[in-house]
Write a protein that binds this ligand. Structure first.
Ligand code: DGL
Length: 246
């Protein structure tokens, strides 16, 4: 039975996934590791992302977790196969759940889909590949890398964010769906929704909850969850952010 889970992210952003896991009370224990000393991953090449991810997996071997979730889209884009090979417990990324969530939301294969992610996630084309396998074809991706430091600076609205959105979205016409393909972007969902009021947003945290319930039959609702927070640098900052976001 999967009760205890490790959640891995390049930094603090994966707390957006932890928030959904906590809201749905899926686990009795969550061990979170943010590689804050080496964030951002989204500008790194695939070999570096794979190496960092395998090192993070070693960290979780110190804990008795039943599964590791990589909340980071950049890791999910490049390192899932390597992590699975190196692990004796299930590894779950966020890209496949995001694609499954979109399928659950629409039978319409003509739906226009906008994927927002880091450079690494967009360069990998993993979302596109999986979406095309499911018959979707009207797909556009944009690396909205500036959104990451804005969230880190706790800028969730206002002029700078609006200028960044105008810059990135100038050629985009009202997509039916927007995949928030980065841990940080759910924190901008209000701003993105105001920019594209008719688009439905797909959020990794909610997508993974649906996925875990369907694929791993994880339904148990734990009233209490022991959340342990670790970071490779400045864990106090992670704990402070967790207090605000969770
Ligand atoms: N966690 C990363 C992701 O979801 C965003 C931050 C980074 O670039 O490391 O892709």
């Amino acid at each position: 039975m999967i009760k205890r889970v490790g959640v891995f992210d390049s930094g603090v952003g994966g707390l957006s996934v932890v928030k959904s896991l906590l809201e749905h009370k899926l686990f009795s224990e969550i061990v979170y590791f943010g590689d804050t000393a080496r964030v951002p991953y989204g500008i790194k090449d695939s070999n570096t992302i794979i190496r960092y991810s395998l090192e993070a997996l070693e960290f979780f071997k110190n804990f008795d977790v039943d599964m590791v979730i990589t909340a980071c889209n950049s890791v999910s884009a490049y390192a899932i196969e390597e992590l699975k090979e190196a692990s004796s417990i299930p590894i779950c990324g966020v890209i496949e759940p995001g694609v499954k969530a979109l399928e659950l939301h629409t039978p319409n294969k003509n739906a226009s889909i906008l994927i927002l992610g880091t450079n690494a996630t967009v360069r990998s084309q993993k979302y596109e590949r999986l979406l095309k396998n499911e018959g979707f074809f009207n797909i556009k991706s944009i690396a909205t890398s500036l959104f990451v430091p804005l969230v880190e600076e706790e800028i969730f609205e206002g002029e700078i964010l609006e200028a960044a959105m105008r810059h990135y979205f100038k050629d985009i016409k009202n997509p039916d769906f927007i995949i928030l393909g980065c841990t940080h972007f759910p924190l901008l969902q209000n701003a993105i929704s105001s920019y594209f009021p008719n688009s439905k947003l797909i959020h990794s945290g909610e997508a993974i909850v649906e996925y875990l319930e369907n694929k791993y039959k994880i339904k148990k609702r734990y009233d209490n969850c022991d959340l342990k927070l670790f970071a490779s640098e400045n864990p106090d900052h992670l704990k402070k952010i967790a207090k605000v976001w969770l």
